[in-house]
Design a protein around this ligand. Structure first.
Ligand code: SF4
Length: 428
């Protein structure tokens, strides 16, 4: 398995990837800058952070409240401690309903728990219906960005992929490509027994799941198949509908620069008539390591609303792309979340190699998470626990000794100068 640095070097040499990344992140950054001015961003993100702090501090209270209200309205709420349990619950629901074809909306938590692979292993067909997810599923890849899964692909690459896999003839016209995807997916929507989505927010005081999308697929997935399963990591809870208006203003502006997303769906339970006709709605909350994060000093990372703004402004992501991280969540949010969920000893390279500490992410974060401070803290922790690369540690020690003494620093300039001169001569 390659290191982040190796992957990033390879990514920086890939011209198509660089073109795709630049175009998409630049478009997102510009659109965000154009719309953020329409709200008092600082005050919004302070309020959002306060709401999230309250949720994380009283998580079990809000989860219970959500369950009570959602079940009162006819939904069934499940709780999974880890990925394995979440997959097991989903499979049980699918089996109980004789499901064999699942249509899915975009959901990062289902990526985190490896849902598709688990279902396919059990003979269940899974079709991604978000355009970006559909593209990467066809390509046999994983999302490389949390809001734009196929950000690494140019329209020409998508055209070739469709021509190859769907036998549709080559086009790189985005409107035509979208039409091809829509026509391919229509049949799946009509045949599917189960619809699976994520949830942008889970509102405790009403038991409502809120899904924010720019494609109509979310509504098809949640209404056409007779069973809908929504997956949500526990931190997706917010206390009330009143709080929701704050997040619905922040999220689209920060993510895509829209004042409001094209589709905002509110799903509360299920009606009596729907229930009688065999329809059901399930919500699976997943912890998967969050309880340990909550009890530690990085708990603020769970305030994240997955807007992707930190990723779009990150200069390292802009060159390295999402796959370099070898993680579900890339970019600054990914560095912190992956280090915490997978364990720092397993991912100690990320806080060093994947970050320049430029602080752009911290400035951009929609809910005021101190991302760069956290990354610096993770570096400290990695050094204290001796998790860093040995060569790097020795070099930093030498560097520290030389730069903390003016005398040694002056002396070191002579050999350093000679080395640089020699290096130049070699290049000539
Ligand atoms: S850490 Fe902040 S900027 Fe990054 S995705 Fe989460 S909310 Fe958005």
């Amino acid at each position: 398995m390659n290191s982040f640095s190796d992957n990033a070097i390879a990514a920086a040499k890939d011209e198509n990837l660089q073109k795709a990344l630049y175009n998409a992140t630049e478009r997102f950054r510009q659109a965000r800058a154009d719309t953020l001015g329409s709200i008092d961003f600082e005050s919004y993100r302070r309020s959002a952070s306060a709401v999230k702090s309250d949720v994380i501090a009283h998580l079990s209270y809000y989860l219970d409240k959500f369950k009570e209200n959602a079940e009162k309205s006819g939904a069934k709420v499940h709780y999974a401690q880890d990925a394995e349990e979440a997959r097991r619950i989903a499979l049980k629901i699918i089996r109980e309903n004789n499901g064999s074809l699942v249509v899915k909306g975009k959901s990062m938590i289902t990526e985190e728990i490896g849902l598709n692979e688990a279902l396919e292993k059990e003979g269940v067909e899974v079709t991604e219906t978000d355009l970006g997810e559909f593209i990467i599923q066809l390509a046999g890849e994983k999302p490389s960005h949390i809001i734009a899964p196929a950000i690494h692909k140019t329209k020409e690459e998508v055209g070739k992929l469709f021509a190859d896999k769907l036998k549709t003839g080559y086009t790189s016209d985005p409107a035509k490509l979208t039409k091809i995807a829509r026509e391919t997916l229509r049949e799946k929507f009509l045949k599917a027994d189960i619809g699976i989505t994520g949830a942008n927010f889970a509102v405790a005081d009403t038991g409502t799941i809120v899904i924010v999308t720019n494609e109509g697929n979310g509504r098809m997935v949640t209404t056409v198949p007779k069973v809908h399963i929504a997956f949500a990591s526990v931190e997706k809870i917010i206390p009330s509908i009143k709080d929701l208006s704050l997040f619905l203003r922040l999220l689209p502006r920060a993510a895509t620069g829209q004042k409001i997303s094209s589709y905002v769906s509110f799903l509360t339970g299920i009606s009596k008539e729907e229930k009688e006709s065999g329809r059901s709605r399930h919500i699976i909350f997943i912890d998967n390591g969050r309880d340990a994060v909550i009890s530690g000093r990085f708990r603020e990372i769970l305030h994240c609303i997955r807007c992707g703004a930190c990723i779009n402004v990150c200069p390292v992501y802009g060159f390295a792309g999402g796959y370099s991280y070898r993680a579900t969540y890339p970019g600054p949010i990914g560095i912190v979340l992956t280090s915490l969920l997978e364990g720092l000893p397993n991912r100690a390279e990320l806080p060093f190699a994947a970050c320049t500490l430029c602080y752009a992410c911290q400035e951009a974060c929609s809910v005021g998470i101190k991302l760069a401070d956290m990354i610096r803290e993770l570096r400290n922790e990695a050094v204290n626990r001796k998790l860093t690369d040995k060569k790097l540690s020795v070099m930093m020690k030498i560097y520290g000794t030389l730069f903390s003494s003016p005398k040694l620093y002056r002396l070191s300039k002579v050999p350093a100068g000679l080395m640089i001169k020699k290096g130049y001569k070699k290049d000539e």
